[in-house]
Design a binder for this molecule. Sequence first.
Ligand code: SF4
Length: 377
Amino acid sequence: MDAADKRRFRSAVLKWYDQHGRKLPWRESADPYRIWLSEVMLQQTTVAAVVPYFERFTSRFPNVESLAAADVDEVLRLWEGLGYYSRARNLHKAAQAITGEHAAEFPSDVDVLRTLPGIGRYTAGAIASFAFDQPAAIVEANTERLYARLLALRDDVRATASQKLLWQFAEELVPEKRAGDFNQALMDIGSKLCRPVDPDCESCPLQKFCGAFQQGLQKEVPVRKPAIAITAIAELAVVLMDRERFLLRRRTEGERWAGMWDFVRFEISAEESSTLPLVQKRGRSKSLFSPEGLELPEFAVQKTQSQIGLKPGPVVASTEFSYSVTRYKVQLICFACSAHRARGKLSDGVQWFSLDELPELPLSMTGRRIADWLKTR
Ligand code: SF4
């Protein structure tokens, strides 16, 4: 695009935004804290799913100081259900860095923002442009697709060279003034009009700048490498229970869901799975019933002991869930075992909790399903 085309492009984008821009809770102010929070929540999550989390989170932590001062468990608990929990831990760490190193003032410079935990190139550009109106570029899922179509890009959009090209394109287009509105507008045009399937080119204000439209390539662009194959795996969860108390361990640094509480759980092979005392499926229900008193096989006893220090007693009940994470489809088999005859000494980071305390703990989605099952069992 030459300079005149860029001017026309920016003007078309901003005019569209003034007429059609979306009203969202985090767009009502230029508060960098709220913008940062919303951008982190929106990673991997839809707007509809984020709105109630955003409102709960900002009502409990209305500013960066209150988030920095909070216990990380409470932050994780409020995040529960949004997934990708490292985002919540990084939010907490970044809030502490902002209060500790920047006198509780959000930096407005992209390069400084990028030094904070969990803030990458996109999030830094979003905060700088939305909150401080800095001419900072953004490329996220919606704008990535939009820019790829505008450029009629025939290469895989995830390739390094393509990403470089898309960022360069975004940087050349972002205006000196109203950069935030401009970026918001492009995200909205990407999600509302330039949809992955069936883009609404007739209503699009950028039609005359669009290479894919001119060449009839909307269905081919963006090009993506085929998705990675899904692998089926099995996990075993072991809940030690003593009357109405349950044993949980805090997941350690480097583990998935680090910092959150979880029941004993580990991956098992197909061979190990076949040795478990699952005896019956009842009707269409996913519940599996094991005769009370059966012992877990030795491999499960050993692995349980290695995580919590105790050997489980006889099985009391069992159930089964399935869930998906990244490229895995996981069958989660869960045993509740008596701790009456449990032997050994509790490991560090392992603790008993009552049924009433479980709702207060930060758990993964599947940890919460196990806790709910224990409650209704
Ligand atoms: Fe997307 Fe169609 Fe607009 Fe091109 S003209 S940017 S393909 S909606």
